[in-house]
Structures are given as structure tokens and as C-alpha cells.
Design a protein around this ligand. Sequence first.
Ligand code: PGA
Length: 256
Amino acid sequence: MVKSGKKYTIVGNWKMNPDTLDDAKKIFSAISRRVSKYSKVHKVIAPPAPFITTLAGKKISLCAQDVSSEPRGARTGSISALEVKSAGANFVIIGHSERRAAGDSDEIISKKVSLALAAGLRVILCVGETQRDGHAMYLREVREQIVSVFSVLPDKKSAQWITVAYEPVWAVGGSYENTPKPGDIHEMVIFIKKVVSEILDKKTGLRTPVFYGGSLDSENALTILRDGAVDGLLVGRQSLDPVAFAKIIEHANKLS
Ligand code: PGA
């Protein structure tokens, strides 16, 4: 097997699952047991926010699934970047297509990113087209999502805390046979780095990690890691299945 020499990051996005803290602890420890030997991979789990504190402090890093676009105050039901950091998360997913569908505009997303960075969180910024067309309009959609965040960063240095996750909306929560081809993902990785280079500089663009997410399972993850030129994966449904998630991490470890 050809090694990439990369240290991959594999993130599990549990979304609004499971129902209880007990189940969350069970799944988390089943995953931990299975993946502790894969030392070449950086493992991250994004559980529902109320479970972060209990799960934090272990070998798997914790990630929040979202943060508020306001720092604090009269925002009943919202959770701030400082709060999730203080609860034990080091990462946060921002701009997930499910949040965009619930009303997050590019402007809101860019506010969330600056608050997350100010709180000392690493940001996983999700971008992706709703559908692919024959005229490459989808590239414009992805470019706008990147520009709206990277062009308003306080300084170039903050870009080092941002990873871009390419998550085509049509592939999120879909069928495992319907993921983009690794070659198409590779193209998007190049495109995303090029857009960041144009906004900031070439070095920053090339250094910006790019993940893929959308209907990953233990089979397609291997080819995407091998041929998609990604630095990591954002896994949804399959991250709640310790066996499947551990298999994905095993692939990443082998390819490292
Ligand atoms: P999925 O979710 O793997 O279940 O498609 C991916 C995501 O939402 O990040």
C-alpha cells in the first residue's frame, strides 16, 4: 500500500444522537478501545453539546457541532464558542449544510468562525454545492462560501486554525454508493486550496487542510483517502457504529 506520509484527522459527527449520556459513553468507549492502537491518526468526535464535558479529557479530541454567532448574553438556547471551549472541546464544526439549511447565511457563518477562533477553537468549516451542474456553477457556490470566511479574517495567521471540509450537500446523508468519485474530490481539494491562496497567499492556501464528508463508510473511505488527496474525513452516520468508524480510522492509519 502506498503511504501518503500524512497524519490524517478523522472526525465523527454524531449530530443529534444518541438519546442518552449512557449510550454516548458506551459508544465513545467502544470506539476508544478499538482505535487506541492507530496512533498515526488524529481522532475527533463531535457529540451533542450536553455530552462534551463528560467525554472530554480522553485520547479522542472533542468537537462542538456549532456555536452561536454572538459571544454571550440574551440568546436563550444558544451555546457560545467560549462555553464549548470551557466544556472541553478543541474543535467546532461551522457551516454544516444542516445548519445552513436551518438558516445560517455566509455572514452568520463568518461571525461564528471569528468567535470560535477568538475562543481558541480549531474550526472545521463545511462548504459544498447543493447540486452539480454541467457549467461549473457549483464552483462559484463553493468559492463564495470560502471567500466570505477567509476574506474577513483578522490576520493571515488565523487561517492556520481553519480546516475546510468539502461536503457536497447532495452526498450528505445519502446512499453510500453515491459519493463523488475520488478524482472529483481531488479536484475540489485543489480548487479550495487555490481559492484560499488567492485570498491570502500561496503558502497559506497550500497548507490549509481539506477534509471530505458525505456518506462515508468503511469501503469508500479507503479509496477517498488514497485517491482523493484529502487530509481527513468528516464521518456522519457511520461514526455511531464503533466497528465501522474504527475501520475507517484503521484505513487512515495504514495509509499514513
Ligand atoms: P453522513 O454525514 O456521513 O451521514 O452522510 C456526513 C456529515 O453530515 O458530516
